[in-house]
Write a protein that binds this ligand. Sequence first.
Ligand code: FPP
Length: 227
Amino acid sequence: VDGPQHIAIVMDGNGRWAKKRLLPRNMGHKQGVEALRRTVEGCIAFKVKYLSVYVFSTENWKRPAEEVGFLMALLKDLIKKEVQKLHKQAVKVRFLGDLTALDVDINEGISWAEDLTQSNTALQLNLMVNYGSKMELVKAAKQLQDSNQPISEEALSGALFTAGIPDPDILIRTGGDHRLSNFLLWQAAYSELFFLDMLWPDFTQDTLKNVIDAFHKRERRFGGLNG
Ligand code: FPP
């Protein structure tokens, strides 16, 4: 059986992880970055080709300014401190979402990181920032309309941030909630969904391996019949 090519993750539960330890929520986000690093390494080891993670949604601006500021600082930090390491591991880094709303210096960091890593082939890491599926679909529809392109599944797929990337085989959400929260609604049409009760900072390479093993036991029919 072919391994999963593309895994997508809603990394939920950082705040609760911190709260359980009587720590500020932001410490949970910091640990969330560690879990992400473990997951990247796990994906390389298991020969997954694409990893897409929900870093910041179009709805996350509603959080207190202090937390939004911390997440943006963490993103800046990740670009400064982690991208070199990712580059050494041959990871190609992409940032998908409406980046126009982000600070100039973050945008500069993003361009630098994407340019530096663009030819890497071990794993493509898609960091979904200021991303939301509905916004993405509306933007894609407008793009087709403005260029007078006929509407088709291929044309619409090609106008999404994820153009050219195969749809996720697996979509994981940690944190115990059973919903997609506006993440990859179109792309996840046939993804195998895994809702885990564990909080994101507790996610390990063993967890990843268990999900991949369970994926291989599921039967994917894509609307057809068996065999
Ligand atoms: C959900 O936990 C997590 C987020 C909104 C942010 C995801 C970010 C990371 C995993 C860290 C990587 C981040 C950057 C910026 C590089 P939550 O805060 O909703 O947790 P809760 O549901 O327990 O409150």
